[in-house]
Design a protein around this ligand. Structure first.
Ligand SMILES: Cc1ncc(COP(=O)(O)O)c(C=O)c1O
Length: 370
């Protein structure tokens, strides 16, 4: 398969571990292992203390799969396959698609979602949101663009990079269209449970439709990206078997310590998620003031969920040039929309990190000194 370089990853690689302020990261601040272990109940504490570092069960630790199932309605542990999140995209697409298939994918977005589909030889139609309508993905687009060979609709809500979400009605419409036309759905739900209002949370696609695969994991919502633990969930048994079989060619099984750490975090999910949402909400409040102070420079659609949003540079300036100046002159990393192949006018801001207020103050200083 011929895959183009992952532009966002290549951009991050230049600065992620050298720049002082990361103001575009999509994960919540990394959870400290000591703090996480302090949340362990006695059963998991024992598992941790007696852990051996041999191979693990290929489908995932049974207790982890039990905790995963509890996140969904009508889902059993047998419906979930533990993977690295990025791996989940790869094996789901490999298991669903053939080169003659047509795919519709929300765009801009996480590059693997469309890149791997294209790499498999599929034709991919990009489904763009309406910026002036709160980055709305209009389901009518699907009706107009479905072809006889459309095999898969790929969606990602809460959305990277805009932080937008469809209404429940629009989401139902998307799922109903897929059901009626018998089209698979890959629903990337990596930012789930970070909805600022609980009422905005959507059902998971795998709950609503047997031919849907939902992807979620520990990286963003739980601040555990370094654990490399995620999962794909589907009620479609044939597809499940295909994905599980494919995993023998990727990672075979997951990291033993990471599985146990993930069980602890999922059992303590209410506290971890509440802490992260508190941080996000306070950081977002600072951004509200920032964008109202700089309304002459930037346009901002306030996200509805997640850790990231997509701002537009007014005055026709290049986002790439702006981000490069900010990183070299102020030691702050922002992410230009060029890495999303989405023009050169937007940049991604992240607000899940603890030092975000300081980073924003530095950005203000930089802007006032220009
Ligand atoms: C929408 C989306 N899907 C999948 C992933 C992959 O997650 P991970 O990097 O933990 O493998 C990311 C990470 O940025 C993402 O934003």
């Amino acid at each position: 398969m011929n895959l183009k370089p992952f532009k966002l990853e290549r951009y991050f690689a230049q600065y992620e571990f050298s720049v002082k302020y990361l103001l575009s990261s999509s994960d919540c601040d990394g959870l400290k292992q000591n703090e996480l272990l302090a949340l362990a109940d006695s059963e998991v504490k024992q598992l941790w203390d007696n852990l051996t570092l041999g191979y693990t069960e290929s489908l995932g630790h049974p207790l982890l799969r039990e905790e995963i199932a509890k996140l969904y309605k009508g889902i059993t542990p047998e419906n979930s396959l533990v993977v690295v999140p990025e791996e989940g995209i790869y094996i789901a697409l490999q298991s669903i698609l053939e080169s003659s298939d047509h795919v519709i994918c929300s765009f801009p977005g996480y590059q693997s979602l469309y890149e791997i589909s294209e790499g498999l030889g599929c034709e991919v139609t990009r489904w763009l949101p309406e910026e002036d309508n709160g980055w709305k993905f209009n389901p009518d687009f699907l009706e107009k663009n479905i072809k006889p060979n459309t095999k898969l609709i790929i969606i990602n809500f809460p959305h990277n990079p805009t932080g937008s979400m469809p209404s429940i009605q629009d989401f139902q419409q998307i799922m109903n269209i897929a059901k009626e036309k018998n089209i698979f759905v890959l629903s990337d739900e990596m930012y789930r449970f970070l909805e600022y209002k609980e009422g905005d949370r959507l059902p998971s696609a795998c709950e609503l439709y047997d031919n849907a695969v939902s992807l979620f994991g520990m990286s963003k919502t739980f601040g555990m990206a370094g654990a490399r633990i995620g999962w794909v969930v589907t009620k479609n048994e044939e597809l499940y078997k295909k994905m599980a079989t494919f995993k023998d060619h990727t990672t075979i099984c997951s990291s033993a310590p990471s599985e146990i750490l993930s069980i602890i975090a999922l059992r303590a999910k209410d506290k971890i998620i509440a802490d992260n949402l508190n941080l996000i909400e306070s950081n977002l409040g600072l951004l509200d003031t920032f964008f109202s102070d700089y309304a002459h420079l930037f346009k901002w659609n306030r996200p509805i969920a997640g850790t990231i949003g997509f701002a537009k540079l007014l005055k026709n300036s290049s986002a790439l040039e702006f981000c490069q100046k900010v990183v070299t002159e102020a030691n702050i990393m922002l992410l230009p929309s060029t890495v999303y192949d989405y023009g050169d006018s937007h940049f991604r801001l992240g607000f899940g990190q603890k030092n975000m207020p300081e980073a924003l103050t530095k950005l203000r200083e930089y802007l006032s000194g220009r």
